[in-house]
Design a protein around this ligand. Structure first.
Ligand code: F6P
Length: 498
């Protein structure tokens, strides 16, 4: 770390993400303190943050705007305030009601509002300026996700000396869908300010490359894109859109780096006697049914919760499943609750859960335990241990870490994962029971296959999935991404982080 002015610390490594790695908790007396967020990105970057004493720029949530930067276990926390209007227009609006549905294959219709775009630009500009202030000469800046796609381009203009990585945590759609976006060219140019643009799946990287070719006619082959620049290496905004540029160019890498989890931490928790006791308690409170199925999702229309409930309800109605033998636990953690599509989804799901419970439940057995809460990791691990089957039926999902968590937890090599082929995790967890969640009959048959699967086959499949997850954990992910940045760091005389 370079401290050239006490008020302006500078860092060799700066993370820029919509959210901070810490959550602000306010106690009964109104005292605020900070606690590490449960997210996977935080654990992924913890070792790098510690070694480099890096900084993290992010929104603290809410609209409190006078939070001073502070040190948190060796990470410099730089809160980026958002006004109430920005929360509405940049976060709930453009990020979560325009880009989110568009990038998830328009499962819900995206809304296009010019005011939201203006707010997105303003907020991205502010994030980029803060990154430029905090980055030491030759530093590495790692920008995350769809909320901040303009940051690499803006930062590249301000700071040609820094190495910039961008990782997109959600899918990148096919050009036929992406091209709906009125600001499609600006977003692509924004991303191309990065040296390395990471995606979850090979298909996402391919979609991005096609968008670059279609919109800008740049040459993209293999994993590299050739971007024409002006003499200082800045992105040209002008018309020099030639396939074989005669002037200076820079090379951008666009490829997939599938994200993962801190797999060993999950396995360790699963081995704790108190967690196993809790799992046994969950089973017995449900009346020790033959089969416990589990769904764990943010309450989001991309997750296919309705499709799952429909299949389950029909299996009960047709008598293929008996209410005494089976129980479905559906954890749906609250998310983006002020966005209209999310409100509607919640109403639909709660109506469906009520109907299924009313139609099939008895005094002793309810069909679905529906929980509209978030839970600490330990409780989730107990649920995974208690579940014979985990249902991941996303209609579109960048990765889906629930699938990987289930595999990490089941060190007993038991349990069946039903996994949507539209989740990024399906590229890696090939021994899951893969399903097309739109095909309700197929989904029902697959659930029955899971219910009836013999122990030996369950074990073979889980063993293969666990091997993949344990060997490709989140540390492997962050290292492979950062390794891709090192030639850029070296060519600029910057700091190699690994
Ligand atoms: O992975 C997609 C993502 O938007 C992350 O950026 C975020 O941490 C998570 O989903 C939860 O969403 P939000 O930050 O909007 O609550």
């Amino acid at each position: 770390t370079e401290h050239d002015h006490p008020d302006h610390p500078r860092f060799d490594f700066v993370v820029v993400a919509n959210r901070l790695p810490v959550d602000r908790v306010v106690d009964g007396d109104g005292n605020a303190s900070w606690r590490t967020s449960p997210g996977g990105l935080v654990t992924a970057l913890e070792p790098v943050m510690r070694e480099t004493e890096g900084a993290w720029i992010g929104w603290p949530g809410g609209t409190v705007n006078d939070i001073e930067p502070f040190d948190y276990n060796g990470t410099w926390i730089e809160p980026m305030p958002l006004s109430a209007q920005e929360v509405e227009e940049y976060y709930e609006g453009f990020s979560n009601d325009t880009l989110w549905p568009l990038y998830h294959d328009v499962i819900a219709p995206p809304s296009y509002h010019r005011e939201w775009w203006d707010s997105y630009r303003t907020v991205n500009q502010r994030f980029a300026e803060r990154a430029a202030q905090l980055a030491a000469h030759g530093a590495t800046v790692w920008v995350h996700d769809y909320q901040l796609q303009l940051v690499p381009g803006i930062l590249r203009e301000m700071r040609p000396d820094v190495t910039i990585g961008f990782f997109n945590h959600i899918p990148f759609p096919a050009y036929g869908i992406y091209s709906q976006l009125p600001w499609r060219t600006q977003i692509i140019r924004g991303l191309l300010g990065a040296d390395v643009i990471g995606f979850q799946r090979a298909a996402d990287a391919g979609n991005f490359q096609r968008a670059v070719r279609r919109l800008l006619s740049y040459e993209a082959s293999g994993t590299t894109i050739t971007v024409p620049t002006d003499e200082d290496g800045k992105v040209t905004s002008g018309s020099r859109n030639t396939k074989r540029p005669s002037g200076p160019t820079r090379t951008v890498v666009a490829r997939h780096y599938p994200i993962s989890i801190d797999a060993l931490a999950y396995e360790r928790l699963a081995r704790e006697p108190r967690v196993q006791e809790r799992a046994a308690q969950i089973r017995s409170e449900l009346g020790n049914p033959r089969t416990i199925m589990l769904g764990v999702d943010r309450l989001d229309y991309t997750k296919g919760i309705r499709h799952r409930l429909k299949a389950y309800g029909e299996l009960l109605a047709e008598g293929r499943l008996q209410i005494e033998d089976v129980s479905l636990i559906q954890v749906a953690s609250p998310s983006r609750e002020r966005v209209e599509t999310y409100k509607q989804l919640r109403d639909e799901i709660e109506l469906t859960v009520g109907r299924i419970n009313g139609d099939f439940g008895t005094i002793g057995h309810s069909a679905i335990s529906y929980l509209h809460h978030g839970y600490p990791r330990e409780e989730m691990v107990a649920l995974f241990l208690a579940a014979d089957i985990v249902l991941v039926t996303a209609l579109r999902d960048g990765m889906n870490l629930v699938a990987k968590e289930y595999a990490a937890v089941r060190y007993d090599n038991d349990g069946v994962l039903v996994l949507s082929e539209f989740a990024g995790a399906a590229d890696e967890l090939k021994r899951a029971l893969l399903v097309n969640p739109h095909d309700i009959e197929g989904l029902k048959d697959t659930i029955m296959t899971a219910v009836e699967m013999p122990r030996a086959e369950r074990s073979r499949r889980m063993r293969a999935m666990r091997k993949r997850v344990m060997e490709h954990d989140v540390a492997v992910w962050s290292r492979s991404f950062l390794r891709e940045l090192s030639p850029y760091q070296l060519s600029r005389g910057g700091t190699d982080l690994l």
